[in-house]
Design a protein. Structure first.
Length: 253
């Protein structure tokens, strides 16, 4: 084995794809997720400022959008991108949550390569501050994941990638990976799969909807009747009076 050059270690540490396990970003504090219990189990106190984050869940997992509404509505310059959503987001719901619709972009494409290329160009262009991407069908190669992570770092963008749960068995350059499950309607359980500078296996339960919307509706047989047949009018006990026919006077010539 040939000897390594003296500056080999410095060159290795200077590479952009070298991950420092306990390196802090700026002040060492992330941006709040909007959920105190989730912030408590994350080592950075919230979402990282930039880079790749993976959410592992049974697809399509529409609860992801509810989880990210606080960060989508947070103040700050830059556009927000939602790419390849399983359903078309409701503009009314987003506006009520405080998401600035003027800064929101929706990206859809039936072609896998076009979707990934457009997503990379958006996050690496220093214009999009937050991108939410539902992974297209099929496994993603490690090189594609690394390229997305480096593109998000280059563009100072937080890229949240939604992947199927079985993808957790595949290595990933994402420093933060979370496992999501929905034990009940309107509720979400978040388990830390991997995070820098913190422990894995921690979890929390998050209510995503108000309590009255999280209750299961009763069975149809338990619902009260909403309409009733009209009660028939009671029969008249006295007969109607019959008036005599009018008498027409006879007119003589």
């Amino acid at each position: 084995m040939p000897p390594m050059p003296p500056d080999f270690l410095q060159q290795l540490l200077a590479r952009r794809d070298t991950w420092w396990g306990r390196e802090s970003t700026g002040s060492g504090q992330g941006q709040s997720t909007g959920f105190a219990d989730l912030d408590r189990i994350l080592a950075g106190g919230g979402w990282p400022e930039q880079g790749l984050v993976e959410l592992l869940c049974p697809l399509p997992c529409p609860a992801v959008l509810h989880l990210l509404l606080p960060v989508l509505a947070s103040d700050g310059p830059g556009a927000r991108l939602i790419a390849n959503p399983p359903m078309r987001p409701s503009a009314t719901m987003l506006a009520r949550a405080g998401v600035p619709l003027d800064d929101l972009l929706i990206l859809r494409s039936d072609d896998r390569a076009t979707l990934l290329r457009a997503s990379f160009e958006a996050i690496a262009g220093d214009t999009v501050r937050l991108a939410l991407l539902w992974a297209p069908g099929g496994p993603l190669p490690a090189g594609t994941l690394r390229r997305l992570h480096m593109g998000a770092q280059q563009g100072r963008c937080l890229l949240i990638l939604v992947r199927p749960r079985q993808a957790g068995q595949q290595p990933s350059p994402a420093p933060l990976r979370l496992d999501l499950s929905c034990p009940a309607p309107g509720e979400l359980t978040v388990t830390v799969h991997k995070q820098p500078g913190g422990r894995a296996g921690q979890y929390c339960h998050l209510p995503l909807l108000p309590e009255h919307l999280r209750r299961r509706p009763p069975a149809c047989r338990e619902l009260p009747a909403l309409t009733r047949r009209p009660t028939p009018e009671p029969a008249l006990r006295t007969p109607l009076l019959r008036l005599p026919a009018p008498v027409v006077p006879e007119v003589r010539p």
